[in-house]
Write a protein that binds this ligand. Structure first.
Ligand code: OAD
Ligand code: ZN
Length: 251
């Protein structure tokens, strides 16, 4: 299976990766639907909808600030680095991720498309104000703040710049992702349960346009029925081995 995946990748011309929470699991970031996943211990509808935010912004902000702290402690794992290396080798056009943790970029991936936003960005609920807390050096202050964060431009409440249930995905990111998927001859599907749409259309679009679907997951997912190659295993163990094999074929 590993050899087959490596051969397909080595002979591809427009491969992309589609990733979910499972790729960051080995970095210590909790997933959503696994045994210890966030949505097993918390109710998504009370924490990750715009309605929940209207009703109880404090609860929602406490949840997001807790996740920010958790993610801040996390470092990319060998799976993130393997994807960055594939891009450097010219074998991966882009990483399309549902994750908000920024770990792909930290690992060195350049063309990262974030379909569900980024946990370190905030935006105003009224005006067009946006800020990346990691870039503006205000993160520590933000995390230790007592009250609710307000917009420096208009004073309205700030919210996390992430996609909540029932909300549309960022249009430009989704369009770029769909375009890449239409043109891709291979998609590496890594660590996603493949049940949240429209993101989960990505592998289907690749398949419909004649591309191969190579999946890496510790268990079967919503995408497995259309996978040409399914590799059962941890992303941080499987991906570096694939990269090694690919290098033998390519070099
Ligand atoms: P899920 O929690 O639904 O799925 C995680 C997947 O990762 C599962 O299929 C696991 O089997 C797999 N997995 C766990 N550990 C792994 C490892 N070490 N190596 C490989 N695979 C592993 O997370 P997502 O599919 O990302 O949306 O969830 C999709 C969306 O639902 C998220 O982006 C989030 C959530 O609600 C929003 O917040 C909008
Ligand atoms: Zn504002």
């Amino acid at each position: 299976m590993l050899e087959r995946a490596a051969r397909l990748l080595a002979s591809s011309r427009s491969a992309i990766a589609f990733t979910g929470a499972g790729i960051s699991a080995e970095s210590g970031v909790p997933t959503f639907r696994d045994r210890d996943g966030l949505w097993k211990n918390y109710k998504a509808e009370e924490l990750a909808t715009s309605e929940a935010f209207r009703k109880n912004p404090k609860l929602v902000w406490d949840f997001y600030r807790w996740r920010m702290r958790l993610i801040l402690k996390a470092r990319p794992n060998p799976a993130h680095y393997a994807l960055a290396e594939l891009e450097r080798l010219g074998l991966l056009k882009a990483v399309i991720t549902q994750n908000v943790d920024d770990l792909h970029r930290e690992a060195g991936s350049r063309n990262v498309i974030e379909l569900h936003g980024n946990i370190f960005r905030v935006r105003c609920t009224s005006c067009s104000y946006r800020e990346n807390l990691k870039e503006s050096d205000t993160l520590e202050e933000f995390l230790s703040m007592e009250g609710l964060p307000k917009c420096p431009e208009c004073g309205s409440l700030l919210r996390p710049d992430v996609v909540w249930f029932g909300e549309p995905l960022p249009r430009e990111a989704l369009e770029r992702a769909f375009e890449l998927a239409e043109r891709a001859d291979l998609v590496l599907v890594i660590g996603t349960s493949g049940v949240v749409y429209p993101a989960a259309y990505i592998p289907y679009i690749v398949k419909e346009n004649g591309g191969k679907v190579v999946e890496i997951n510790v268990e079967r997912s919503g995408i497995t029925p259309i996978a040409d190659v399914f590799i059962r295993g941890k992303a941080g163990e499987v991906l570096p081995r694939i990269v090694e094999l690919v290098k033998e074929v390519v070099v």
